[in-house]
Design a binder for this molecule. Structure first.
Ligand code: NDP
Length: 339
């Protein structure tokens, strides 16, 4: 199939791109600059231009941002929309997080409806942020699944960057289901709801200075920044980026994924466990990794919510990697860029 993949320079999208190519699909990816696009092409020297190309979309929050990118010869059958800001370094949550997420998502759906009638499936990278009700804390005994929605409000969304990010994912995903309901387009959608995504970086796109948000805790633990106190874990569930990338591609390919939400998680983790794995598997880092018994990063004593990932396993056929494999490969990839 021919796929438009948005945000091809991102941590997750770089892996989605590689899975799409491995599966024989033809990909055009959107990037914000020609430099980033050229870097992607240069690092896939054996892939011909009709299988991999890029198009520039500088700002997904601009009205009509995708109107040109969505038109292709041969035409697209599939769109995978990953581009959305994921960082907390913002002063204006509305402008810097909510607008690109919500206008980016509704914008691409409108562009497809108007200009790309051949598109039959749109896969959207949402988040566990759109599922979890963080006001309820660790919620021991409660099982989260695709039926749950984060009740965050617009008023809360503009209070700080963390709530702003959570709301950006919730409102963008809600807007995509509303679009489907109200506009009755010619395509079906599938939304992917991963929690914290860990896994190897794609070296030509990332380095320690621009490291994606979700891998920053691993870099901190392996480089000595968490030596005295391990930071709090936060979410306690995770998925490896390679499994998530495969889930995106399966959600694009499989008829049975149509109009479904997928809670894509491998299971529990804590920052303390990450430190244990790095200490055990990389003895040469022992002076930097927090010593066994260092405070912080543990599971909450009252327990933690349950999760239901059965739909992802049954419909998409995903078998999840272990935390140990993921951390070992991530550390290796970070060492390759100087960590
Ligand atoms: P990255 O920051 O690595 O990727 C984000 C991508 O979106 C980049 O390509 C970025 O381009 C692009 N982007 C951001 N804002 C704009 C904009 N205004 N206009 C055009 N492009 C833009 O993050 P991830 O790969 O981790 O995240 C990808 C998706 O996955 C996001 O939707 C995120 O919310 C979601 N997600 C991530 C999780 C994680 O733990 N990593 C967990 C759950 C969901 P550029 O780099 O050029 O700025």
């Amino acid at each position: 199939m021919r796929v438009l993949l948005t945000g091809g320079s991102g941590f997750i999208a770089a892996h989605v791109l590689d899975v799409l190519l491995e599966c024989g699909h033809s990909v055009v990816t959107t990037v914000r600059s020609s430099e980033k696009g050229q870097s992607i092409l240069k690092n896939h020297p054996d892939v011909p231009k009709d299988k991999l190309d890029f198009v520039i979309v500088e700002d997904i929050a601009k009205p009509g941002a995708f109107d040109t990118a969505i038109v292709s010869d041969p035409p697209f059958e599939t769109v995978i929309h990953t581009a959305s800001p994921f960082h907390f370094n913002v002063t204006d949550p509305q402008k810097e997080l909510l607008d690109p997420a919500v206008i980016g998502t509704t914008g691409i759906l409108k562009s497809i409806k108007q200009h790309a009638p051949t598109v039959k499936r749109v896969v959207i990278t949402s988040s566990f942020a759109s599922i979890i009700d963080s006001s309820k804390g660790n919620r021991p005994g409660y099982e989260y699944s695709e039926k749950d929605w984060d009740p965050v409000t617009q008023e809360e969304a503009v209070q700080n960057p963390v709530l702003g990010y959570r709301a950006s994912k919730t409102f963008a995903e809600k807007a995509s289901w509303e679009f489907l309901e109200n506009e009755k387009p010619n395509f079906t959608i599938a939304t992917m709801c991963p929690p914290l995504v860990l896994g190897p970086i794609v070296h030509y796109l990332q380095n320690l200075d621009n490291l994606n948000t979700s891998n920053q805790r691993i870099a901190a633990i392996m480089t000595g920044k968490a030596k005295e106190a391990i930071p709090p874990t936060g979410t306690f569930i995770w998925v490896d980026v390679r499994d998530l990338a495969l889930a995106h591609v399966k959600a694009a390919e499989l008829p049975e994924a149509a109009n479904k939400r997928f809670f894509v998680t491998a299971g529990y983790f804590s920052n303390e466990e990450i430190a244990d794995i790095i200490r055990d598997k990389y003895p040469e880092l022992k002076d930097k990794v927090p010593a066994k018994g260092t405070k912080g990063g543990e599971y909450p004593s009252e327990g933690i919510f349950k999760y239901n990932n059965s739909r992802t396993k049954e419909v998409l056929g995903i078998e999840f990697r272990s935390l140990e494999d993921s951390i070992v490969d991530t550390v290796k990839s970070l060492q390759a860029v100087g960590a």
